[in-house]
Design a protein around this ligand. Structure first.
Ligand SMILES: Nc1ncnc2c1ncn2[C@@H]1O[C@H](COP(=O)(O)OP(=O)(O)OP(=O)(O)O)[C@@H](O)[C@H]1O
Ligand SMILES: [Mg+2]
Length: 159
């Protein structure tokens, strides 16, 4: 399968939220988005945008689930927001049972999920963040599954 790639540059947290919101509008139950990048690169801000795009109320505060491991939001469908930064091995991750979120009950956004690509479904949208400057971030979106290609094509064409 051929990978599709889209690259974006944002110059403020608000721009990152806007991009996340555009993506969120294209997502549906069963989709998995894996966010990768160093501390403070913007993964949680991007997730706030996805939540808005999925129809979660703007009154809901999307915060980092580092301690809870997972927060759940209600939008047009359920949104599971995980942060596996503190989990050391994929064994611990599987022990938590959080991988049940991949079974299609909702949309899953996973911060630091790139730690164990081997346990993730191939049908996942990878987002790799790079810090270019104080307010400047690059977001590289990639995927190879037909469903992910469909999402990326929709995002590019601005539907
Ligand atoms: N273009 C940008 N996009 C996103 N965040 C930005 C941008 N420019 C500056 N920032 C700042 O970078 C920080 C990003 O924080 P955020 O919590 O989203 O990072 P994170 O990747 O989730 O970190 P962690 O790995 O600790 O969970 C915030 O302080 C935000 O104000
Ligand atoms: Mg975060």
């Amino acid at each position: 399968m051929k990978e599709k790639r889209l690259s974006y540059r944002t110059e403020s947290p608000e721009e990152t939220v806007q991009l996340g919101q555009k993506l969120g509008r294209l997502l549906t139950r069963g989709d998995l988005v894996v966010l990768a990048g160093e501390l403070g690169c913007g993964k949680t801000w991007f997730t706030k945008g996805i939540a808005l795009g999925v129809g979660v109320s703007p009154r809901e505060v999307v915060t980092s689930p580092s301690f809870a491991l997972m927060n759940e939001y209600a939008g047009d469908c359920r949104l599971f927001h995980m942060d596996v930064y503190r989990l050391e091995t994929h064994g611990t991750f599987l022990d938590t049972g959080l991988d049940e979120c991949f079974d299609g009950r909702g949309i899953t956004v996973m911060e630091w999920g790139d730690k164990w690509p081997e346990i993730l479904p191939v049908c996942r949208l990878n987002v790799a963040f790079s810090i270019l400057g104080e307010q400047s971030r690059e977001l590289l979106l990639t995927g190879e599954h037909p469903r992910i290609i469909e999402i990326l094509t929709g995002l590019k064409s601005g539907i």
